[in-house]
Design a protein around this ligand. Structure first.
Ligand code: HEM
Ligand code: HEM
Length: 296
């Protein structure tokens, strides 16, 4: 077994043991009267702020799906850059880029950065619509109560009684914190650390680069990957284990019913993801890259 597989297995084992320990502690805590009083006061879901819209619109379904598609490609190409294997080709821009003479980059870096642009554009559309429609009220905490509610929701998840919530109306506070963190902290961190590693960054600014050195930023960019992966594993597991049919209707078919529509659209979405994954062979990547530069 290769050492990276062994490390991954050990890591997974440690996580399972920690989860079991956390669950046992949560069961013990929940048996205490003071914790029961606390949970009666903070059931895990804060009252929605006045004016919070009800329901998930189609644009949110679309931007959420595109986010999955782009992140899939960003993670794939990020891992391929990390592996330091020689890419199958190199791309050189046709003209000066960011005021710098054309320099070649691996085709995996080219694809990573091309998809980054699409990912950021999609994120910008999401944010503009989020703030113009009032949907932001669902994912931005608006009172300190979000913390005790989130603690209560965590205790409920760890003791296998899902918090009573209705994603059509309001997320539970642990969800609010997780969605807020991914959108407003993790994504910006990915963008700023990524920009530092990219050609867009001025390398001829010694003062600036002493303050923002490359090595720690590369480490942060890798931590971003780990945090995205951790979020995705937990998020998708909970979506599927806490009423998959309804959750999939909410996020893939803009309705909160119990029909199979959301599940069907979800399965079709997975097929699209797989199709894009397999269509992007080195040959196709080279052809796409040659639209904007020279590929060798
Ligand atoms: C707008 C957002 C982003 C930008 C501008 C960006 C930019 C970059 C650049 C320029 C590199 C290549 C560094 C090199 O040439 O060695 C890189 C590598 C990488 N990126 Fe990104 N990135 C972004 C988002 C992400 C996201 C969201 C993830 C993970 C979920 C990610 C994961 C990685 C990984 C794992 C590497 C390899 C790092 C290494 O060599 O150790 N990137 N990124
Ligand atoms: C197959 C993958 C995915 C599925 C099935 C899925 C499903 C869902 C569902 C059902 C909701 C609504 C919450 C609920 O009903 O409890 C949701 C919300 C959300 N998801 Fe995902 N998700 C996936 C991937 C991702 C990824 C990769 C990210 C980002 C890294 C993400 C970020 C979010 C965010 C930020 C929200 C809240 C959006 C808002 O209301 O503005 N999801 N997701």
């Amino acid at each position: 077994m290769s050492s990276s597989w062994r490390r991954a297995l050990i890591g997974a084992g440690v996580i399972v043991v920690l989860a079991i320990v956390a669950s046992v502690i949560a069961f013990v805590l929940r048996a205490q009267p003071v914790v029961q009083d606390f949970m009666a006061r903070y059931p895990g879901v804060a009252e929605p702020a006045a004016g919070t819209p009800v329901g998930i619109p189609v644009w949110l379904n679309v931007t959420h799906f595109l986010n999955i598609l782009f992140l899939m490609l960003i993670i794939r190409t990020g891992l391929s850059i990390r592996s330091k294997k020689r890419p199958p080709a190199f791309w050189t821009p046709r003209r000066k880029l960011f005021g710098q003479a054309p320099q070649r980059v691996g085709i995996n870096v080219w694809l990573h950065n091309t998809v980054d642009v699409l990912w950021v554009l999609n994120g910008a559309v999401y944010l503009v619509l989020l703030f113009t429609t009032g949907q932001w009220l669902r994912v931005v905490p608006n009172s300190w109560d979000v913390f005790p509610h989130a603690a209560s929701a965590a205790l409920q998840y760890l003791t296998f009684t899902w918090p009573v919530e209705n994603p059509w109306v309001n997320y539970n506070s642990l969800q609010v914190l997780a969605y807020f963190g991914v959108t407003f902290l993790l994504a910006p961190l990915a963008i700023f650390s990524g920009l530092r590693l990219s050609r867009a960054w001025p390398l001829k600014a010694p003062h600036l680069n002493r303050w923002v050195p490359e090595k720690p930023v590369r480490w942060i960019h890798n931590v971003v990957l780990v945090l995205f992966l951790a979020f995705i594993v937990v998020h998708v597991s909970l979506v599927l284990f806490t009423g998959a049919v309804r959750n999939l209707n909410v996020m893939f078919a803009a309705n909160d019913g119990l029909s199979w529509l959301g599940t069907i659209i979800f399965v079709v979405s997975l097929a699209v993801l797989a199709g894009v994954w397999f269509a992007l062979t080195p040959r196709v990547q080279k052809r796409l890259a040659s639209l904007t530069g020279t590929v060798r």
